[in-house]
Design a protein around this ligand. Structure first.
Ligand code: ME8
Length: 483
């Protein structure tokens, strides 16, 4: 089989319209999917919606409609945004899909039959917002340690997944697979978390408290915990949404992209669930950082939520994609501000790249009738060799950086070539060469090198800014294929 690459985003809660944070993860996944497709990999790129659970049920009841209608109404906001942002997902999963629910139930039954799920009375501190119990030692001043909202004591019959059994195997796995949790700082965090005894995981909710979920196949009075339902999407989609019947070959996933807020659920819950389900663990889980806006936490109440649609309307989709991945190293927190956005837009997209393309095309048009001339070896100089060498080093560097999910470094390297090419034009001054017929061979060589660099750049920028790459391709009359 050819090389395969399976990338996922979290499935987003349909409790509100998507914002910059959702767009960020999804754009990053799209860049990887496009990049690996151009390299001939068989790619499966999955995104979708997490439609069950308390948050969605609450949002629906606030809107005064039933949860399914609520999900159906909000779903297009996500799908349309992904179309606007040029997201090339291969499948879009909704956890209310009947097939997904049946698969979740199959896994639940399988674990239950193996006695990996058991029933017990549970009393604990419950955070409604986070939909999870906390133990006595976690709770401080009656508050949830995660969201700081008040918690309440709840006692109920519950089903538990024997997560504790997998504590040591998980520690061993993380130790023997250095790339499993990335970046390294996050890996250390998870290892720290695993220093404390790992408890069994409550995977059920009584319908009396929460009815909006997948029913437990072995107890009709309960639905499953939303995270059990949600995490299974990464496997269930391969069974019923992939275009090929042998899509399970994509498992284990190459990389699950997640925000740092949901690393534990992926690195610990999902990994131990997979161990119980006797499936291999994903090759990698990468936790990226969070965006603040003008230095502040983004929130509805502050009124500073960045709407990706508005940004695209103002600056175009490629500028938005470019900024998000260029501004902040993936894995670190970052700040979004209009001034930083406009700064990069003007300097790097309009000035550096835009000027390079238009100057080069104008000169190719004026001095070479719009044709790429043949270069003359004898008239080559060190300037040409430096440019050609930088161009040929570009793809190995992008490959390395994207392998490490260093989107910003990949872009930095590409823009290094853009800037070098602009300097090359300034130094070689083709407009002066064109005035002297004795310099004809030299002029041809310079124009040849410029056209070559534009060809390289068209391919290099494609995963990040596909519309721009398409425009460059057609303006250059290139026949290169991106897929
Ligand atoms: O957690 N900056 O869904 P969710 C960067 N349904 N990224 C952000 C962000 C911010 N300010 N805010 C949100 C869930 N995100 C679950 C996931 S997966 C099996 C289930 C991004 O709608 C980031 O990717 O709350 C984060 O992990 C995701 O949105 C959470 O989206």
């Amino acid at each position: 089989m050819s090389n395969k690459f399976y990338v996922t985003t979290p499935i987003y809660y349909v409790n509100d319209i998507p914002h910059i944070g959702h767009a960020y993860t999804t754009i990053a996944a799209d860049v990887l999917a496009r990049f690996y497709r151009t390299r001939g990999y068989e790619v499966f790129f999955l995104t979708g919606l997490d439609e069950h659970g308390q948050k969605v049920q609450q949002a629906a009841s606030k809107a005064g409609i039933d949860p399914q209608t609520h999900c159906d109404r909000l779903m297009p906001a996500f799908k349309n945004l992904w179309a606007t942002l040029n997201i090339s997902q291969d499948a879009f999963i909704r956890t209310t899909d009947k097939s997904h629910q049946a698969i979740v139930q199959r896994y639940l039954q399988g674990l239950y039959d193996k006695d990996l799920i058991y029933q017990a009375e549970y009393t604990g501190w419950y955070c409604t917002f986070d939909e999870r119990f906390w133990t006595e030692k976690d709770v401080e001043n009656g508050q949830c340690p995660d969201c700081r909202r008040p918690v309440e004591q709840v006692s109920e019959r519950n089903y538990f997944f024997r997560m504790s059994r997998y504590q040591q195997p998980l520690i061993d796995h993380i130790k023997s697979h250095p790339g499993f949790i990335r970046p390294e700082s996050r890996r250390n965090e998870v290892m720290g978390f695993l220093q404390k005894p790992l408890e069994d995981l409550s995977i059920s909710r009584p319908k009396s408290r929460l009815s909006w979920g997948v029913e437990l196949p072995f107890d009709r009075d309960c639905v499953t915990y939303v995270w059990f339902d949600a995490l299974v999407n990464y496997l269930s989609a391969l069974e019923y949404l992939a275009p090929t019947t042998d899509a399970l070959k994509f498992w284990p996933a190459s990389v699950h992209l997640v925000g740092k807020d949901i690393l534990t659920t992926h690195a610990v819950y999902w990994s131990t669930m997979l161990m119980g389900m006797e499936r291999p663990l994903p090759e990698s889980i990468f936790a990226h950082g969070w965006w603040t806006v003008d230095g502040e936490k983004m929130s509805k109440s502050r009124g500073n939520v960045v709407d990706p649609n508005a940004m695209v309307e103002q600056f175009g989709v490629d500028a938005f994609r470019y900024f998000l991945l260029r501004e902040v190293p993936f894995g670190q927190d970052g700040d979004f501000s209009h001034s930083a956005f406009e700064g990069r837009y003007n300097a790097e997209l309009a000035n550096d790249l835009g000027n390079l393309v238009s100057r080069s095309l104008t000169m190719l048009g004026n001095f070479s009738n719009g044709r790429v001339p043949t270069m003359d070896q004898k008239s080559q100089t060190d300037l040409d060799r430096e440019l050609a060498k930088t161009a040929s080093d570009l793809f190995p560097a992008i490959n390395r950086h994207l392998g490490n999910l260093e989107f910003n470094r990949a872009l930095e390297t590409i823009w290094g070539l853009v800037q070098l090419a602009n300097q090359y034009i300034d130094k070689t001054a083709p407009w002066t060469l064109a005035k002297d017929p004795a310099q004809d061979a030299r002029l041809k060589t310079v124009l040849f090198h410029l056209a070559e660099v534009l060809r390289f750049l068209t391919l290099a920028v494609y995963p990040f800014i596909p519309n721009t790459a398409e425009a460059m391709r057609s303006r250059l009359g290139l026949t290169v294929s991106f897929d």
